[in-house]
Design a protein around this ligand. Structure first.
Ligand SMILES: C[S@@+](CC[C@H](N)C(=O)[O-])C[C@H]1O[C@@H](n2cnc3c(N)ncnc32)[C@H](O)[C@@H]1O
Length: 327
């Protein structure tokens, strides 16, 4: 029986089949890798919130400052009532900055929350609930699936704005980012818009601290993926045998997060139908975080069919927020 046939048989026993398939494929590939979206189980989502509060992780503070400063310009781009679609919004606190501005002006809105994490959706629902003029639609789904679900519900007479914040786009490889932005553009209509948050290239030492902080919170976030596989797929990862390591890959302009095997070992993942051998020092690549230059963000979006209306930069965090129109 192949690993994939074993997954199909075992999923009848209640395992998440997509997770099991992706783990079987990712850990039998070279280099070994796992999709970053699986970092966000309940604990992973909460650890990510803690990361956002770390003094070494400037992304959240920088983007919050930009949204607060440029709120009126962003809100001026919305119809009445407003329609917002947020892809991977986490705890919803950035959306709440915009929702608060709408509420102050007695403007009604519908927001579509799209997130793979049930915990993130619940947190965002709670955050936005403080704004009663905002109606919430939730889609527990991947970015692409959720976008399709939200777009199918749009009022054809009203424009919509897609929010893709927190440098979520940085987790996509360059070709995936190209394809996904083109997918967003194709799903939208003339008059719609995209608000895109991107972390910018900065000194390597700052990037390393952001992804490997002295308190070990980013390490816990990464290693929690193994806790998840032990729990959900009956795997037998020994956490003490995997270390968090980050690398700045300047040629590709990305931070890479890895879990590095501290010894030669074999790990069995019954629900994924495989046992995997690790050499000492061999890693599982768990996340990429691409860093952009401001002009490259505009070019990337232009290739997908968007026209840049405004770009704002927060100099301390070295973070960009760009507003694009669908022409
Ligand atoms: C890096 S966090 C950023 C959260 C928020 N945008 C912010 O700026 O704080 C990424 C969020 O997107 C969700 N996510 C990650 N990959 C996803 C995917 N492929 N599809 C849908 N949601 C995803 C995670 O659950 C998490 O809530």
């Amino acid at each position: 029986m192949t690993a994939l046939e074993a997954v199909a048989e075992r999923s009848a026993a209640g395992f998440d089949e997509a997770l099991a398939r992706d783990v079987a494929a990712g850990l039998t590939s070279r280099p070994k890798q796992l999709p970053a979206k699986y970092l966000y189980d309940a604990l992973g989502s909460q650890l990510f919130e803690a990361i956002c509060e770390l003094p070494w992780y400037p992304i959240t503070r920088g983007e919050r400052a930009l949204l607060t400063r440029e709120r009126d310009a962003i809100l001026a781009r919305l119809d009445d009532p407003a329609t917002l679609i947020e892809l991977g919004g986490g705890n919803g606190e950035k959306l709440a900055i915009l929702a608060g501005g709408l509420a102050e002006r007695d403007r009604a809105a519908t927001v579509h929350l799209i997130d793979i994490s049930e915990t993130a959706l619940a947190r965002a629902r709670h955050t936005v609930a403080g704004h009663p003029s905002v109606a919430v639609r939730e889609h527990r789904a991947t970015y692409a699936e959720g976008l399709r679900m939200a777009v199918a519900e749009l009022d054809p007479d009203r424009s919509a704005m897609v929010l893709f914040l927190g440098s979520n786009i940085g987790n996509l490889a360059r070709d995936e980012a190209d394809r996904f932005l083109a997918e967003i553009a194709a799903a939208l209509r003339t008059g719609d818009s995209l608000l895109l948050g991107t972390d910018l290239v900065k000194p390597e030492a700052d990037l390393v601290l952001a992804y490997d902080d002295p308190l070990g919170v980013t390490a816990a976030f990464n290693r929690n993926l193994l806790v998840r596989l032990n729990r959900e797929l009956d795997a037998d990862f020994d956490l003490a045998q995997f270390a968090h390591r980050v690398v700045w890959n300047g040629r590709e302009s990305r931070m890479e997060s890895h879990l590095v095997s501290q010894a030669e070992q074999t790990v069995c993942i019954p629900a994924a139908g495989c046992c995997v051998r690790f050499a000492e020092g061999e890693s599982i690549w768990t996340e990429s975080s691409y860093k952009y230059r401001p002009g490259a963000v505009v070019e990337l979006a232009a290739c997908a069919g968007f026209a840049c209306r405004a770009q704002w930069i927060e100099p301390d965090a070295e973070f960009a927020l760009s507003l694009f129109d669908v022409p």
